[in-house]
Design a binder for this molecule. Structure first.
Ligand code: XMP
Length: 319
């Protein structure tokens, strides 16, 4: 019968056959798909795999350290950690339009990734975490085989520019199967079960302009929210949950002082594929707890609201 252990062995053999003595480069994002690809490839070809983690400065709290800690320190996978946060933030300065944010982040990501690949003398292959639904989707849209994934670590364009062939060991899998393979490979549950995170990261959770200060406020609020979700045992029951920092200030009162701080919107949805989604029906006690903690612990926020919009008509993200 078909098991993940058998799939793992079969894919390792396939990768070895495809790659031969070649070098493979793989972009890590902190998400499930690229993590599984990296561990599988490392098992197959050892240190002929070179991972590159482009730190956009737009990730959740502590996430960049987790990625480096797991892949470089725990798995001993050769990993370049490029902190490009100043570059990204500089280019995003004053940009409020959501689609422009995405374009800037996508283009900057490709530039930085290519620069790092050239520094190590290039590679013969590019590994990507393309899944079966991505294959189907791009076939129906383009009539051709998939060469892109839909995120900022969308390194589509790179294979042609850098003359690399693609290695895509997850092409036959659905998301839940990728998670099962990740568990089979011994990836920690904190990576395997992680909620989806958009390529443009926190940039699209800060409607309006982005600044270091706002990013820090958002990161702190998001971390409190997710911690409470985990404490309540709800993390795995929710498809995606996150905080959004609104570009609105409102008046509040703290002790005997007037405050004038930002509004934080909380979002949590259930979905099967991200195409439609229902907002998550938290009880009021949970929402009150999160609200008080955020307002007490996160400087810069004095009001918390819960988004009760489903998709459609709302999208999951606010941008
Ligand atoms: P929306 O907001 O369109 O989101 O309902 C559906 C799913 O897609 C994610 N998302 C993105 N992922 N790049 C990504 O890699 C993007 O630009 C992007 N925009 C939205 C979103 O987080 C949700 O899981």
């Amino acid at each position: 019968s078909w098991t993940m252990a058998a799939f793992r062995a079969q894919e390792i053999a396939k990768v070895r056959a495809q790659v031969g003595d070649g070098k493979v480069i793989c972009g890590l994002s902190g998400g499930v798909d690229s993590s599984v690809v990296a561990v599988l490839l490392h098992e197959a070809i050892g240190d002929r795999l070179q991972c590159v983690f482009v730190d956009t400065g737009l990730m959740r709290k502590g996430e960049a350290d987790e990625v480096v800690g797991l892949f470089r320190d725990h798995y001993n996978i050769p990993l370049i950690h490029r902190d490009a946060s100043d570059l990204f933030l500089g280019k995003l300065d004053g940009v409020a339009d959501p689609e422009r944010k995405r374009k800037i982040i996508g283009a900057t990501f490709i530039d930085v990734f290519e620069e790092e690949a050239q520094k190590i003398g290039g590679a013969d292959f590019l590994a990507q975490g393309t899944l079966y639904p991505d294959v189907i989707e791009s076939v129906s849209f383009t009539g051709g085989p998939s060469v892109t994934i839909k995120s900022h670590h969308n390194v589509g364009g790179l294979p042609e520019r850098m003359n690399m062939q693609l290695v895509e060991p997850l092409r036959e899998l659905f998301k839940d199967e990728v998670r099962a393979l990740g568990r089979e490979l011994g990836l920690p549950e904190s990576f395997v079960g992680r909620h989806p995170f958009p390529g443009p990261g926190l940039a699209i959770r800060l409607p309006g302009g982005i600044s270091k200060e706002k990013l820090e406020i958002l990161r702190n609020a998001d971390a409190v929210y997710l911690e409470e979700i985990r404490n309540a045992g709800l993390y795995d029951a929710i498809w995606q949950a996150f905080a959004v920092l609104l570009p609105v200030q409102s008046v509040g009162v703290m002790g005997d002082a007037r405050t004038y701080d930002y509004v934080c919107a909380l979002r949590a949805v259930n979905s099967t594929d991200g195409m439609t989604a229902d907002y998550y029906p938290f009880d009021h006690e949970f929402l009150s707890r999160v609200s008080s903690r955020i307002i007490n612990e996160v400087r810069g926020i004095n009001r918390v609201v819960y988004d009760i919009t489903s998709k459609p008509p709302g999208t999951i993200e606010w941008e």
